[in-house]
Design a protein around this ligand. Sequence first.
Ligand code: PLP
Length: 438
Amino acid sequence: MSAPAEGGFLGRARALDAADPLRGFRERFALPRDERGAPLVYLCGHSLGLEPLSARALVNEELDAWAQRAVEGHEHGARPWVPYHQNLAAGLAALAGASSSEVVAMNSLTVNLHLMLASFYRPQGKRRRILIEAGAFSSDRHAVASQLVWHGLDPAQALIELAPVAGADLIEPGALEDAIAGYGAELALVLWPGVQFRSGQSFDLGRIVRAAHAAGAIAGFDLAHSIGNVPLTLHDSDADFAVWCSYKYLNGGPGAIGGCFVHERHARAQSRGAHGGALPGARLAGWWGHEQETRFRMESDFRAAAGADAWQVSNPPILAAAPLLASLMIFAAAGLERLRAKSVALTDFMDELLQPLAPQVAVITPRVAEERGCQLSLRIAGGVGPGRRVFEGLRAGGVVCDWRSPDIMRVAPVPLYNRFEDVALFAERLGQLLAERA
Ligand SMILES: Cc1ncc(COP(=O)(O)O)c(C=O)c1O
């Protein structure tokens, strides 16, 4: 095994960058550097997206509004705070494949998941089990298990964790459908990732919804690794609910405000004047879910806002929402179709450069574009110790990616700010490290 010839793939990468219609968007982001000021090859947007340079101005606008207007900033100024979340709705809706009234920016992912489960998980009779993936993101599992306990159920019985077949890293979509059909009338809810955080496998959400609905179950999704990464059609797919965070592909910054999708058929069927309605469960309410026009009358009667807005509980963190607005403006300018086309090309390029490094490097993410976003998950031969040494060697060589236990290295070329050259530099450094240890 040896590293591919430098001139060849670096030259190709530079030519691809020169022809890339989106190449200018990289300049709209703060590009991280090492302690000595040298540029890093950042391939970690699946964990924390880069800072849009325009975020500072939008955050400063709100700091200035606070300084100058104080409490009156709630209703006055360029972007009054009371309806601030509405500035985010169109951009989020475009990325989610939903209408603006079906999405809302609020809270963080796990909090939103709890709010959704409160509405959509109501165990009845035999129909009480929740299906998730084995090895789900820890926070999702904690949320689901604690909801079961909250309902007086034992997760050992009520939680189903579907694993890939022995020795495999990926779940066959057909096996998921079979499991859903098999549990049938016992199944209350399926919670599934759009893109699995460890393997990078992307699922056809419509297929999962159809299988869940055929079994009489609710279909909800964790889109932490999907939104801003792969095209989504939540409305047309008939998904019941979805939740996401905004600090990964959405570039909203650390701890950014999260998001939520509620299909309009549920919002419409839910009583506007009460906390229960057509959903399986009740909605956990707060004043920010009350319609805006009459909220400040502070009356005891609740009148739900239209659409997903009704699931808001508290007034949102404006300073954690402003960077997301900056990023959504960049998404709108770049265009989803163009971003996806570049994403596929970047990831295919990375995959191509990694293939000659086999068997020292195994790409566990599916090789078909429809079954992955931009993240590739790699397993380095030799086990955890040698794998981690390669990972640390990459960081020492200026490449930022991440490690997910037990033995996976994740790398993501993000079309908004990564270049084909970043991919080539990563492959070159990885090849060198592997050659050194051979
Ligand atoms: C797949 C997935 N689910 C849930 C979470 C938890 O997010 P939060 O801390 O916003 O609740 C994360 C965070 O990275 C995640 O990647």
